[in-house]
Design a protein around this ligand. Sequence first.
Ligand SMILES: [Zn+2]
Length: 185
Amino acid sequence: MGSNKQAADSLADQPKLVTKLPVYVGDLRQRLGEQRTEPVDVVLPTAVVVQSRTTSDPVVGEVLIESIERGVSVTGVVTFVWEADCRRCLEIVQRTQEVEIDEIFQVDAPGDSELIDFDGQQIDLLPVVRDAVVLSLPLAPLCGPGCEGPDPSRYPAEIEGQRVLVEKGPDPRWAALDGLQLGDD
Ligand SMILES: [Zn+2]
């Protein structure tokens, strides 16, 4: 621990930070079952969830858009990179993760449903990709299954959420996390 890794990402590369990822689907909707794949390659604004955050690496993958009754379905897998402070030793952890996308856009979708309302012609993939990524961020990851933390004798390691050995309570610095709830803000 103690290495102060700087996220000095070069901005020389063209950032693909956008506020919309519009895809025209009017052509697909002329016939039920019509489908097309669309590449995803986008940089999301940084999102922070408890101890994890998205990075400036692009989210990449591919989705299949298929024409269905009154809308389109969007399914696929995207890969992104997250970064977090290990909950035991506070080292920075960085991992690549895949997340599934599975959404339905419907014309005049009711507001209380999980369907996404759209005008029948164009969908916006950005909120779909962003939500999938943010919801899959780990809340309190470890740098590795065997991380012993700053003081292993007092705070024994946990593996995959299972307390291996409990002698004292968890690190009081993390007690505040117990009361936290995920919100969309
Ligand atoms: Zn650690």
